[in-house]
Design a protein around this ligand. Sequence first.
Ligand code: SF4
Ligand code: SF4
Length: 496
Amino acid sequence: MQKLARSLRGDHRNAAPTPAAPAPAPLYASHRKIYPKAVRGRFRRVKWVLAAVLLATYSALPWLSWDRGPGLPDQAVLLDLDAQRFHLFGIELWPQHIYYVTGAMILAAVGLFLATALAGRVWCGYACPQTVWTDLFVLVEEWIEGDRGARIRLDNGPRTAAWFARKAAKHAVWMLIAAVTGGTAILYFIDAHGFLADLARLEASPLALGWMLFMAACTYAMAGFMREQMCRYVCPWPRFQAAMLDDESLVVTYQDWRGEGRAPLRKDRSWEARHLSGLGDCIDCGACVHVCPTGIDIRDGLQMDCISCGLCVDACDDVMRRIGRPGGLIRYDTEAAQAAKAESRTPAPYRLVRPRTIVYTLLLVIVAGMMATGLVLKPTVDVAVLRDRAPLFVTLADASVQNSYVVKISNMSHRPQTYRLAVSGIDGVTVTGPGTDALPGGALALSAEADSVQTYRIHVRSPATAVSAPSTPLSFTLTGTTDGTSLHVGTVFLAP
Ligand code: SF4
Ligand code: SF4
């Protein structure tokens, strides 16, 4: 674990202490452009399949329909800012349900902790939008400018017509992808079909267009130019991922006990002779470094910049296959297994079930269970009571005291509803309100349109003899006449 922590701090050259302290690292390093080389292999294939699924899901979700009834949006996923509603298939959340967003964020965070404890930064390497879009942009770059060597030559070569043509073509395709990405992002916030029709008629709202351009510009800059710098300097996750890892987490490792000392391959020397001379399987070809999207050398040990994408595993396996050596010189493995193998011990099998994975899984189950229960039992009505502040109270001619309140009823069902409002806590209070009907027992009937917030002004009157203190607790009870849902709101009644 200490070795892992040292590695993640960047202290991965854990050799014998050197006599002179190394010079401190400069605070600012000029950016060195990275030219990742194309690679083929199983992890690259997994990444492409996952990227295709994620991009297709992102593009298709705003176009899915969900019938919610007449007058309601039929977009399956819609964060309707105007109406202040979040629609997710059959789930509808109002602003007062903000705690579900908190729950979803906790679920996402704990899910990330669990994935990291099990398999390192797999989220970063396989599913993070920054990785997915960067992969897409690099693919376009490869198609137009060629692989790593060709791109380096192009950038260092003369500015010819061919140079301008290739750069223009690349940036045009990048901008197209960025525009589609930005446009799709907007569709999660407005009616997708309506926005497309407005766009075609050149009548789209400037606000929507502004956000679309902003999202497109972010995509273009982050996937086209910033790339690994987003992970290195902007994203906070690499900073605290070390706390989620232990010696039994799967991380991308270089088997230095097998690979060192590294030296180029000599065809006139057998592998036995090479090993007897103290050399290992690493032929120092640099393939693992050239394919790395963050430009690091995994042979230096596990580093904060490693996003666990596995591309160096594919590159090295390919090299090993071509030189007739077993694959896995770079592999997903645990630090504990690496230590055991280095000491020629048999490593313990990988353990999915460990104290921290149990804790994370339990947390996931508990939070998910609480959210599911909350969603099932979510009431379809909410009520807020605000007492008038000016005047605080009114003394009437018959010496009774009146307080006024604003009652806001949120009818979250898709049908008009009628509610019974009763007031309790003070003997002899009467309650009236414009636009309401009196019910037996001194209560009021209040109605609310479907899917709307209805506001009533309610006057509560009490005999002066019933309120002996300047402030008396008062309770409003709202009961649904169809489903019997009952909500209580406490407030106070003020008197001289
Ligand atoms: S790809 Fe494999 S053989 Fe080549 S430098 Fe990297 S670890 Fe060594
Ligand atoms: S070192 Fe390997 S796993 Fe880590 S980011 Fe580079 S290519 Fe991906």
